[in-house]
Design a protein. Structure first.
Length: 120
């Protein structure tokens, strides 16, 4: 199959043509659906691993947006560790916060979205 964007297969049970979605599809779809408003400035600290062509790469990465019109915040979480879960501690200095600190356990090889809303 020449191109991931064009990958298709025929389902043997019904003969219909279907699109095969690559794993990277979902984080992009989540960003399109949930990243609204302004990008928040984050200070991310994480252990890292070395990649010859780029140097140190953090195991955990985070991006966040806030929709100032309604106060909704989205956190986009990534654990690059192939073997171990990683803990992520979010400390809010300003902005939406159900608590001043929140802790998440990120499974190995995972990407996640956390949506926080100020609406009742």
């Amino acid at each position: 199959m020449p191109c991931a964007a064009r990958q298709r297969h025929r389902a043997a049970h019904d003969g219909r043509e279907r699109v095969v979605r690559q794993p990277i599809y979902y984080p992009y779809a989540w960003a399109l659906a949930h990243a609204k408003g302004d990008v928040l400035q984050l200070a991310v600290e994480s252990p890292s691993y070395d990649v010859a062509s780029v140097g140190a790469v953090p195991f955990v990465d985070v991006a966040a947006t806030i929709d100032r019109a309604n106060g909704d915040t989205s956190l986009f979480l990534l654990n690059r560790d192939l073997d171990k879960p990683r803990e992520l501690k979010v400390v809010w200095h300003d902005g939406p916060r159900p608590a001043s600190e929140m802790t998440f356990e990120l499974p190995p090889r995972s990407s996640s979205v956390v949506r926080l809303s100020r609406r009742a």
